[in-house]
Design a binder for this molecule. Structure first.
Ligand code: UFG
Length: 328
């Protein structure tokens, strides 16, 4: 029976948490990864089909097995700044390889697709919280790659019967509450892990990008969402598609924003250590405030984030950082 889930990019940050999430629920799954950015040990013993997403033979081998009824696709490059300097790398992997994946799914009759999209599809928001029908005008190649994939999904649905959900993550953060997994990007560019590296001593100083934003404390506001809650949403999206629910995009965020200063305060509170900080100029491409209106995920999917308190998100990330820094 084709009830197994292929987790593409299961060696990465969110993908590895998804693999664990499925294993904990005894749901059959396998990972496709080439470990270009992911980690073998993050699989925690899950079945691996090793290979490159751009290789048609690899995809035919995996999807032609008849085992898989769903593909969850986490394998993309995610650095906004790098996408500006190296758009070719981003369009090749995030768009062309995703098309290759969708084509292989069509060839082998694999019908369900859960896509890791991003709040980056919206660009500079006209209003916050941002609902799904907000205009999509990405301001960098990374965001455009996510939007391009979203835009071709309805065509695959019409022609090949694809059922899909595009999950637009806001700021994915936190770590496995049991401490087995966490965020391991190299280089790390995200605020919470960097603030915690400044606490552990792995980073000499956190650079804060701008203190002159039009926000109450002058620093940018983001909607941090726990990686375990993202995993819940993926499973709910699959159940929604299985029940014949509409294929569509869903925002995933808590609907509440925290400033960079508030995140630094949380890092200090949780770790009991003082992160050294330096203020610098605004980072190009940042928006002042990005907060999700995730009503649709809550009402249509029945999604209820469990770890929506900032200190909980930071505490789980701190447990992981202590492990990485050799403090635990
Ligand atoms: N920030 C700092 N210093 C740092 C890192 C970040 O001050 O060293 C600030 C940023 O300027 C921003 C906030 O912290 O205001 C959050 O930055 P992150 O890099 O952690 O996250 P982003 O909001 O830039 O990006 C996230 C995802 C992207 C996605 C984007 C969607 O990581 O993949 O949201 O808008 F594209």
């Amino acid at each position: 029976m084709s009830n197994s889930i292929l987790v593409v990019g299961g060696g990465g940050y969110i993908g590895s948490h998804m693999v664990r999430h499925l294993a904990e629920r005894s749901l059959p799954a396998a990972v496709l990864d080439d470990f270009s950015t992911g980690y073998r040990d993050a699989l925690l013993g899950a079945e691996l089909l090793e290979g490159d997403l751009g290789d048609a033979a690899t995809l035919d081998r995996a999807l032609g097995s008849g085992r898989f009824g769903c593909v969850m696709h986490f394998a993309s490059f995610i650095q906004v700044g790098e996408s500006v300097g190296q758009p070719a790398k981003y369009y090749a992997n995030n768009v062309a390889n995703t098309i290759a994946l969708l084509n292989a799914m069509a060839r082998h009759g694999v019908r369900r697709f859960i896509f890791s999209s991003s709040a980056a599809v919206y660009g500079e928001p006209e209003r916050v919280p941002i609902p799904e029908d907000h205009p999509t005008r990405p301001v960098n190649p990374y965001g455009r790659t996510k939007l391009m994939v979203e835009e071709l999904l309805p065509d695959y649905a019409r022609a090949y019967g694809l059922q899909w959900a595009a999950l637009r993550y806001f700021n994915a953060a936190g770590a496995d509450p049991a401490g087995r997994l966490g965020e391991r990007h190299e280089p790390e560019t995200h605020l919470i892990p960097l603030a915690l590296r400044a606490c552990s001593g792995r980073l000499a100083k956190l650079t804060v990008f701008g203190e002159d934003w039009p926000t109450p404390d002058g620093t940018c506001i983001r909607d941090y969402v726990h990686v375990s809650d993202l995993c819940d949403a993926h499973l709910l999206a699959l159940r929604h598609l299985e029940a014949g629910g509409e294929s569509r995009a869903f925002n995933l965020g808590n609907g509440g924003g925290f400033s960079v200063r508030q995140v630094i305060d949380a890092a200090r509170r949780v770790s009991g250590r003082e992160p050294a900080c330096a203020f610098a100029a605004r980072r190009p491409g940042d928006a002042a405030v990005l907060v999700a209106d995730a009503t649709a995920a809550r009402t249509v999917l029945g999604w209820k984030p469990r770890f929506d308190a900032l200190d909980t998100i930071v505490a789980h990330a701190w447990a992981w950082e202590k492990k990485m820094a050799g403090l635990a």
